[in-house]
Design a protein around this ligand. Structure first.
Ligand SMILES: [Ca+2]
Ligand SMILES: [Ca+2]
Length: 168
């Protein structure tokens, strides 16, 4: 390894620590769970949960569904601008899933690189994620449904993120 490369590697390794040092103020650093992503050849579905200084949680779901930009634009137009229905669920095993809340108003984009993409963000109180009351750990995941209304009947495709298992 050349000396120049080594020096660059060392400075890169040190940089993130310096940034973290600058960002952490007197308040405790924000706690982030995830992103937890389920990736396949045709889609990627991610869930991230971040504890805010207020005690609330910021819940973010992101999805990319592979297709051409043209197809994505057609699906969005056929659905009047929003083909998505996104909900956070609690899990108590494979046959026991309970919807907790919906995340409305996605930011939608289309591209040939990522296909049809949706970003969903909502801030909720801890009680919204406390699906196992009185127990230490809660099991939550995101379910995204995409409606393709170009055909009659409409086609609904369902995507799920992995679970985040934390005490909320
Ligand atoms: Ca549970
Ligand atoms: Ca709990």
């Amino acid at each position: 390894m050349s000396r120049k490369y080594l020096a660059r590697t060392l400075s890169l390794a040190v940089a993130p620590v310096a940034v973290l040092g600058l960002m952490s103020g007197p308040a405790s650093a924000a706690e982030v769970f995830g992103p937890k992503c389920k990736h396949s050849a045709s889609s990627n579905t991610c869930l991230t949960i971040e504890r805010l200084d207020t005690g609330n949680y910021k819940v973010t779901v992101g999805i990319d569904i592979r297709m051409s930009k043209a197809t994505g634009d057609d699906i969005v137009a056929a659905a009047n601008g929003n083909p998505f229905l996104t909900k956070i669920f609690g899990s108590d095993g494979p046959n026991d899933k309970t919807p907790l809340f919906t995340i409305p108003r996605p930011k939608i984009s289309t591209s040939d690189e990522f296909g049809l993409s949706g970003d969903f963000v909502v801030e909720v109180p801890p009680s919204s994620l406390d699906e196992d009351r009185g127990s230490a750990e809660d099991d939550v995941f995101a379910r995204v449904q995409m409606g393709d209304l170009r055909t009659e009947p409409a086609q609904i495709k369902t995507f799920e993120s992995p679970e985040i298992n934390e005490s909320f």
